[in-house]
Design a binder for this molecule. Structure first.
Ligand SMILES: CC(C)(COP(=O)(O)OP(=O)(O)OC[C@H]1O[C@@H](n2cnc3c(N)ncnc32)[C@H](O)[C@@H]1OP(=O)(O)O)[C@@H](O)C(=O)NCCC(=O)NCCS
Length: 267
């Protein structure tokens, strides 16, 4: 028997396997605007299909991780939305009937926002958010990662990861959060974040996020406070450094929880 959860408001729900093609599109379209995107994926212009495959796989793994929660928000589909994405993605933009499940498309709707969260490893909620009726045994499509630079990934692992481990100890983590640019500033990111804050308050477990600048503004406005900023050094194909804002939200006065959980918020 799992603990009760805060009610999903509006058009928010748990993600399903059938949402994955759409989730890949939403993630690529949105993360392009994060300063981390060009750093980690300097060859995104040549390999937009690799970028889509990589985000699909990240969310597939989160979807079937018993210690993760993946949520989505549906809204009215904007049929001109591909005009709001970067050119390389627009050039391979999947037809709507190949990225949106038929039942949603028939209602003129689509998933427009998605987020994944990590529970504490010893959480009583372990396995609570697994998608019902979906098949976790689906084969993963190969992810070639030709859009990525291995030095960038190594830098993130070497420089950012240890800081996350140290700073995020004992907290639930916002791993990824994105809204399709066609649906920015309609409150979807806030709706999702507030649900997670409600869950954190209910469980009396603090929250943590590692964010690029847009996320920093968003999470600060919802009460997250800066723990530190981490500089990740530039490299040959991206000479400028990037910055990760590590933000924390405390939900109880005395703080201090056990366990340890880390992850990366925005890719
Ligand atoms: C950050 C993000 C998830 C917010 O999603 P959203 O559905 O637009 O969220 P909301 O409508 O609730 O807006 C929340 C806040 O996000 C910020 N924001 C959203 N769209 C923005 C835009 N186009 N320009 C600047 N800030 C923006 C604002 O601070 C906004 O609050 P405000 O409208 O009160 O000023 C979304 O903008 C996104 O996917 N961005 C691209 C990927 C990215 O950079 N993610 C964060 C990196 S750490």
């Amino acid at each position: 028997m799992f603990p009760p959860t805060p009610t999903f408001k509006g058009a928010m729900r748990l993600a399903r396997l059938a949402d994955l093609p759409r989730i890949g599109v939403v993630a690529a379209a949105a993360f392009y605007h994060s300063s981390w995107f060009a750093y980690e994926r300097p060859y995104y212009n040549q390999y937009p299909l690799d970028t889509l495959a990589s985000y699909r796989r990240s969310f597939l793994r989160a979807l079937f991780d018993p210690d993760s929660i993946v949520v989505v928000v549906e809204d009215t589909l904007d049929e001109t939305e591909s005009n709001r994405v970067y050119n390389a993605l627009a050039s391979v933009y999947p037809p709507f009937d190949e990225q949106i499940p038929k039942d949603l498309l028939d209602q003129g709707k689509a998933v427009v926002a998605v987020a994944s969260f990590s529970l504490l490893p010893d959480s009583a909620r372990h396995g609570q958010f697994q998608p019902e009726g979906d098949n976790p045994g689906v084969p993963e499509t190969p992810v070639l990662n030709r859009d990525k630079n291995a030095i960038a990934s190594e830098n993130m692992d070497k420089v950012l990861h240890p800081q996350e481990v140290e700073t995020f100890k004992g907290r639930m983590v916002i791993d990824m959060m994105v809204t399709h640019p066609s649906h920015w500033r309609r409150g979807h990111g806030t709706l999702i974040t507030k649900w997670f804050i409600d869950l954190a308050r209910q469980d009396q477990v603090g929250l943590a996020v590692a964010a690029a600048p847009m996320g920093k503004v968003h999470f600060s406005s919802l009460g997250f406070k800066k723990a530190k900023t981490v500089e990740i050094p530039g490299y040959h194909d991206h000479p400028n450094p990037i910055y990760a804002w590590l933000g924390l939200l405390n939900v109880k006065q005395n703080g201090g929880c056990g366990g340890e959980r880390v992850s990366r918020a925005f890719l």
